[in-house]
Design a protein around this ligand. Structure first.
Ligand code: ZN
Ligand code: ZN
Length: 155
């Protein structure tokens, strides 16, 4: 699923303005890295962002992409969606949402739920300090992986 293009341009403008206000440069590289993450809901890792940005900026290095992704997450422009297969995954969706993650292929998809289904923050968690939000990570095997597994079983 691709994000709405006009929405992406809006977010990029807001991003560039916020950078200016924070005294950080919204360089061409940084802007393209940001664009690559917010244009997809696939929660890419640095490798995937690198592959995409390289099409527009062939001279960019994986290290530059990685450092900028970390910086963007630190500054609150992106979120870190967790890790899978040893790599950090980045999330351009800054609205409150939850994740389904596939334990086989590492697919991460967003979902929102209006009804928190009576989810109560466990007291055990509250004991550590002030709770600010509740994030769910539902783990499982995605439909595509299920299909592949079934096909394998038949052999
Ligand atoms: Zn999967
Ligand atoms: Zn997400």
């Amino acid at each position: 699923m691709k994000a709405d293009p006009t929405h992406i341009e809006e977010r990029i403008r807001a991003f560039q303005e916020a950078c200016r206000r924070a005294g950080a440069k919204a360089t061409h590289q940084r802007t393209e890295i940001f664009r690559a993450v917010i244009a997809t809901d696939s929660h890419p890792d640095a490798q995937a962002v690198y592959r995409q940005v390289k099409e527009r900026i062939p001279s960019i290095s994986l290290d530059t992409v990685y450092r900028n992704l970390k910086l963007l997450a630190e500054k609150g422009f992106l979120q870190i969606a967790g890790t899978s297969h040893d790599s950090l995954r980045f999330d351009g969706n800054m609205a409150h949402h939850h994740h389904f993650s596939c334990t086989r292929c590492g697919m991460i998809r967003d979902f929102v739920t209006d009804d928190p289904q009576g989810l109560k923050i466990p007291e055990e968690a509250c004991a550590f300090g002030e709770v600010q939000s509740l994030h769910l990570e539902v783990k499982g095997i995605c439909a595509a992986c299920r299909k592949k597994l079934k096909a394998k079983d038949k052999k």
